[in-house]
Design a protein around this ligand. Structure first.
Ligand SMILES: *[C@@H]1O[C@H](CO)[C@@H](O)[C@H](O)[C@H]1NC(C)=O
Ligand SMILES: *[C@@H]1O[C@H](CO)[C@@H](O)[C@H](O)[C@H]1NC(C)=O
Ligand SMILES: *[C@@H]1O[C@H](CO)[C@@H](O)[C@H](O)[C@H]1NC(C)=O
Ligand SMILES: [Ca+2]
Length: 372
């Protein structure tokens, strides 16, 4: 019975090749023992775990109450934003709630009544944890998409920022960059920062609502259409310098620089139709655990890896105390299908007896995986 179970457990990672199991109990010639594999948590909806901050102060509409119009109905300005009335308020958290069927809930900025000084807003999403994106970032704008914006990211909890993608109706004019599309990138440029005009042109506020950061198109450069050859992507993530970090972040920032203009120039006699409204920010990815954990859970309000392989830390980024025989290394996707765990190994404390425990001896079998 136990043997059957062991066989079953052993077969699972082989069949899946998903790196979703960190260890299994296997029977070998020397009897039953643990076998260790590179492992990673499942991808999830990351907006459920994020903190959002909107800047500058006073950019959210409704304080004082304000009326606004839309590009579709520029002379029917009956909509109202009032922060003190729950039915008419548009606070930042409405970017991250679950959209029920029917009406979208959204954050909304003040209108551009101070034109010609720019209407700019920063929306910062902070996870307090490194995460790796596995799918597109999709931002949904009600009432039209910005004519200029930048998506920035941070890898160090907001201490430093890098631009990740530029978005404009006219890339040359707004940022002095040529317009490109992620799907046209070559393999060597898969982690190139570009400016796209695909998501900024006016096409009607109701027809085109989404602004994307294309993770899947970049993955498809290696994994092929439909991402059917993930093994090739994983191999590339191991070898191409900077590729992996490109999809990793702790914080995201949307820098909104110019609102939707309805396909024409700014009409000064009606500035109540210019503003930003975001109903959803979808971010899909997994906790970065350095291939040393297959679970990530919320502790003290933040995501943290449930580290295996005798590693520890929020990202499993170091060896546990007394397990520092070798210096810490991340797990590896290679060789397929289980990769290499690169586990930390036991070293008895200087004061303890020099004889290693039997479990610690079993640990050393994991080093047979390592491409030393
Ligand atoms: C947005 O953040 C950038 C830095 O990333 C800063 O230079 C800019 O002043 C901020 N804009 C607003 C409106 O807060
Ligand atoms: C980690 O250490 C424990 C002993 O505390 C041992 O049982 C286990 O096999 C080790 N795991 C790995 C992956 O080395
Ligand atoms: C961030 O996460 C760490 C643990 O990884 C925790 O100790 C710290 O309190 C968290 N900070 C915030 C602001 O939540
Ligand atoms: Ca919403």
């Amino acid at each position: 019975m136990l043997g059957l179970l062991a066989l079953l457990l052993h077969c699972l990672p082989l069949a899946a090749g998903d790196y979703d199991i960190c260890k299994s109990w296997v029977t070998s010639d020397e009897g039953p023992t643990w076998e260790f594999y590179a492992c990673q948590p499942k991808a999830m909806r990351l907006k459920d775990y994020v903190k959002v901050k909107v800047e500058p102060k006073g950019i959210t509409c409704g304080d004082p109450p304000e009326r606004f119009c839309s590009h579709e109905n520029p002379y029917l300005c009956s909509n109202e934003c009032d922060a003190s009335n729950p039915d008419l308020a548009h606070p930042p958290r409405l970017m991250l709630d679950r959209e029920d069927e029917g009406l979208a809930t959204y954050w909304q900025s003040v209108t551009w009544s101070r034109y010609p000084s720019p209407l700019e807003a920063n929306i910062t999403l902070s996870w307090n944890k490194s995460v790796e994106l596995t799918d597109d970032v999709v931002v949904t704008f009600e009432y039209g998409r910005p004519t200029a914006m930048v998506l920035d990211k941070s890898l160090d909890h907001g201490r430093t920022w890098q631009p990740w993608q530029f978005y404009a109706e006219d890339c040359a004019e707004a940022f002095g960059m040529p317009a490109r599309r992620a799907r046209d990138l070559a393999a060597a440029g898969a982690h190139r920062v570009l400016c796209t005009e695909e998501y900024s042109r006016w096409a009607g506020a109701r027809k085109e609502k989404h602004v994307r950061f294309e993770v899947r198109e970049r993955f498809a450069i290696f994994a092929g259409p439909g991402l059917r050859h993930m093994d090739q992507l994983y191999a590339r993530l191991e070898s191409a310098k900077g590729l992996r970090d490109f999809f990793t972040l702790t914080d995201l920032r949307l820098r909104l620089l110019r609102p939707a203009l309805g396909g024409t120039y700014v009409q000064r006699e009606n500035l109540y139709k210019y503003f930003y409204a975001i109903s959803n920010v979808e971010v899909t990815g997994r906790c970065k655990c350095n291939l040393h954990a297959n679970l990530c859970s919320v502790r003290e309000g933040s995501l943290q890896c449930e580290c295996e392989h005798n590693t520890t830390g929020p990202d499993c980024g170091r060896c546990r105390k007394n397990f520092r025989t070798r210096s810490w290394r991340p797990g590896s996707y290679l060789p397929p299908p289980h990769g290499s765990p690169n586990a930390c190994t036991y070293r008895p404390a200087a004061t303890a007896s020099a004889t290693a425990t039997p479990t610690a001896a079993a640990t050393s079998t994991s080093s047979t995986w390592s491409p030393v």
